[in-house]
Design a protein around this ligand. Sequence first.
Ligand code: KIV
Length: 261
Amino acid sequence: MDLSALRDLYARGEKIAVLTCYDAMFAGIMDAAGVDVLLVGDSLGNVLQGRRHTMAVSMDDMAYHTECVARGNASAWIVADMPFGSYQESPELAFRNAARLVQAGANMVKLEGGDWTLAAVRFLVDRGIPVCGHLGLTPQSVHALGGYRVQGRDAGAAQTLVRQGEELAAAGASMLVLELVPAAVGAEVTRRLQIPVIGIGAGPDCSGQVLVMHDMLGLTRTTLPRFVRNFLSGGGSIDEAIRKYVADVKSGAFPDTTHSY
Ligand code: KIV
C-alpha cells in the first residue's frame, strides 16, 4: 500500500480498516488478514508498558516498535505516533523525530491536536513526510481535557473540530484520526474533509475505523469504552477475528449505533 493506493480506497468509498500494531508477528498476521493500515500507536504505553496514560512513551520506544512492525509487514501502510514531547516545541524538532520514525519504517507519522500543530504539519509535509492528524479526544492532552471524555458535544465544540480538520487538511495532512466524538460530529467532519477520516468511537460514517488490537481481541481487562467490540469472542482464532474486523469495517457492519455516542 502506498499513499496513492490509500487515496484510491478513499476515492472509491471503500472503508479503510486500521488496527494498532506493535510487533512483527502481529504485523504479519494483520497484513495477511487485509488490514489496510497498521498504526504503531503510543497506546503501547498503556497496553504494553502498563502505564495509565501515553505521555511517558519515548522516541526510543516508538522507533523500536515501528522497526518491529516494519520487519513483519509486507504491504500495509504503516503510521507511527509522534510521542508526547517529540513535536510540541518546534517544527524542526518535529522533523528530526519524524525522520527517525520514517527511518525505522513508518510511511506516515501521526500527531495530536489542531491549531498549534499546523506549522509542524506543513514543515513535515513540505519535506516529504506524510502526516496524519488526530482530533477529538487526544490522549496526550488527557490532563488538560479532564479525563477520557467524549469531545465535541456542543455545537461550538463540533464546529471547532470541523474547522481544525479543514485546517489540518489544508496544511497537507493526508489522513485524520477522530477519537471519541458523537456520531453526528464524526459524520460532519468526514463529509466536510477531502481526506480519509478514521474514526475510533466517532460513529459509523467515517471513512474508516481504528481499534486498539488488545481491545478488539478481548485481552484488555479494564472496563472498555462502548465503541469497542470483541471480535474474538465466541471462539475462532486471532486470524479469523482480525479478518472479521476487516470484513465488518468494509461492509459497514462495524461500528453500529451500540458502539456510537
Ligand atoms: O495510540 C493509539 O493507539 C491511537 C489510537 C487510539 C487512535 O492513537
